[in-house]
Design a protein around this ligand. Structure first.
Ligand code: KIV
Length: 267
């Protein structure tokens, strides 16, 4: 029987074996990815885009995150469940940060939360950790800063930006995070940050030197026709598989080939 994964297990993987993280937002997918033996299920605020059809993550609310987190934790996965703190649930201050992180733990039943940003949210990270809620950091291309960045661009390319990111990572570690997501940063920078930290880094578009990797499950499964960023490897082409299946179903309903006798009840 597989034991539940804890934040201590994730910390212990540093330097030993890679951390496997994937997103999920609903019970069906959570059951599947948990059976696939992932270490962490991230209930990302990417839910806003892949589940709710929003243009970016900025419109995601706390209620949405609590709902999706609960959909995942209800199936009692063995993987550690980390829930994203959405835009404006922590930026305005320490009080909001602790109360909203607490909601994801108390109402959503997550085991940890993820916060975007470094030094600028360090007081909030410290306060959440002080409330005994494990925190995962997130640096580099932090999607909640899309307007400040002027779009979804690789971060940390200039020397000054790379230096800031390295300082942010050390500040987050000092504030007590148990891991840090590095999104869309040059491989060499991710490698340097990973070497400088005691806690594991989990990369997305940050190269192979990170202590683990994360992908959005819909990207990994090829469920979108248009969204094909460089850092995503598609392990299936489910958009086409699902479309083919539904096209066949529609044809069989129209031709009355479905339902056949095997799908019917006798009187
Ligand atoms: O919201 C999300 O899915 C994320 C991952 C891309 C790291 O933050």
């Amino acid at each position: 029987m597989r034991k539940p994964v804890t934040v201590l297990d994730i910390l212990a993987k540093k330097g030993k074996e890679p951390v496997v993280m994937v997103t999920s937002y609903d019970a069906t997918m959570a059951r599947i990815v948990d059976e696939a033996d992932v270490d962490i299920i991230l209930v990302g605020d990417s839910a806003g885009m892949v589940m709710a059809g929003l243009e970016n993550t900025l419109g995601v609310s706390m209620d949405m995150m609590v709902y999706h987190t609960l959909c995942v934790t209800r199936v009692k996965p063995k993987a550690l469940v980390v829930a994203d703190m959405p835009f404006l649930s922590y930026q305005a201050g320490v009080h909001d940060a602790v109360v909203n992180a607490g909601r994801l733990i108390q109402e959503g039943c997550a085991q940890a939360v993820k916060v975007e940003g470094g030094m600028r949210v360090i007081d909030q990270v410290r306060a959440i950790v002080k409330a005994d809620i494990p925190v995962m950091g997130h640096l580099g291309l932090t999607p909640q800063s899309v307007h400040a960045f002027g779009g979804y661009k690789v971060q940390g390319r200039s020397e000054a930006a790379a230096q800031r990111l390295k300082e942010d990572a050390l500040a987050l570690e000092d504030a007590g995070v148990f891991s840090i997501v590095l999104e869309c940063v040059p491989t060499s920078l991710a490698e340097e940050v990973t070497r400088s930290l005691v806690v594991p880094t989990i990369g997305i578009g940050a190269g192979p030197a990170c202590d683990g990797q994360v992908l959005v499950i819909q990207d990994l499964l090829g469920m979108s026709k248009e969204f094909k960023p460089k850092f995503v490897k598609r392990y299936a082409e489910l958009f086409d598989s699902i479309k083919d299946a539904v096209t066949t179903y529609a044809r069989e309903v129209r031709s009355r080939a479905f339902p056949s006798e095997e799908h019917c009840f006798k009187g």
